[in-house]
Design a protein around this ligand. Sequence first.
Ligand code: HEM
Length: 361
Amino acid sequence: METLVTQTSRLRSLPMKKPEGHKAVIQRYSSRVDQSVESLRMAVLGYQEAPGAHTGPDAFLSHLAEMISHTGAPFHHDISMCVDDQGFTNSMAVCYWQDEAQFAAWSARFDQWWAALDPSSLSVGLWIETFAVAPEYRETNLFQEYLRGLSACPMAKIEPMDESGYWGAARDRFAASAHDDFAPDVHSDLQADLHRQTLGKRIIVSDIPSRLCVIRSGVTWANCGDEQLASFESNLKPKLDAGMAFLRANPEETGCCSLRQVTCLSAEGTEQKEAYSLGIFLTYRHLEKWAHDHPTHLAIYTRALAERKKYQEKLELLTYHEIYVLNENVRCEYLNCQPRTGVLPYFTNQTPDSTASLSNS
Ligand code: HEM
């Protein structure tokens, strides 16, 4: 088997982390984008309702239909929801493009609509977070029958790989790790300011560091029989919840600027037996450190590996993750959102006097 990683390893200036002779317990897969794809784009579109104001998915669904049905529609999107620490209900769509021109066409139309909104008269909060991902700065770890995120886009090619089941496997899966050690280019830790006034305002977050790292880590229990479902609910889920609670509570220590733990929805807004965590970290090193060293992820990891060993090819709980290391093309804007939404507490917030100068990244 020859994967992208092994092809790239011939040209490496940095060694792989994979131990000699390593053999993964079960076969995992990775998705590769077609060589014709130069840049990937991702947009998180959010819809936030105050405690007690959520009446079901319909209002969000019709808002979303308006936002993604026009020219340049994303290649793929999925929807989800969570209730945040402040009790607000956040419905969101994560949208993916594999074509700059198509993304630009969509953005032009979206920006026109977005700039005309008056945040002080909105009955809900709205946000947009967009990321550009260079193909060599993304890595994926998945089961071939469970494709989500960028791996569910039409141009993704799903391939078996050997880089799994050891520390540093994720790093090895980044093609860029052949020459990039992901050293942070930030000189300070996160400092939260939770006292900013954001409700009723348009906030464009500026001074976002250039090597932010995004992880989308998901799980489905839809295929689990009674035994593996019970094990997920009593053994793994509480550990996952504890890990996510720790990240949300300790941004300064972990570099985690945003962590949304969401339940997936069908296109009609029905809750699925599926969930994921969408985390934004200051750098890949911050994420890696938490995953390798912190007891909360070690507890998840150890449990998951024990289940893999026990069930091997009969494992019914399916997981995936995708990690992106971003460049400077990050845009985060919030209209009438509560102050802890997304990356709002951590970077400089511009509150423009006029809405005319919105620039697209
Ligand atoms: C159901 C939830 C989860 C399970 C079962 C799980 C389990 C695992 C396992 C088994 C690995 C090794 C993967 C391999 O190489 O084959 C791993 C790696 C990793 N996980 Fe988790 N995890 C979960 C959630 C998360 C979450 C929510 C995050 C971050 C917010 C995370 C961050 C990472 C990272 C960064 C690695 C890569 C470590 C490396 O290869 O160096 N995990 N996880």
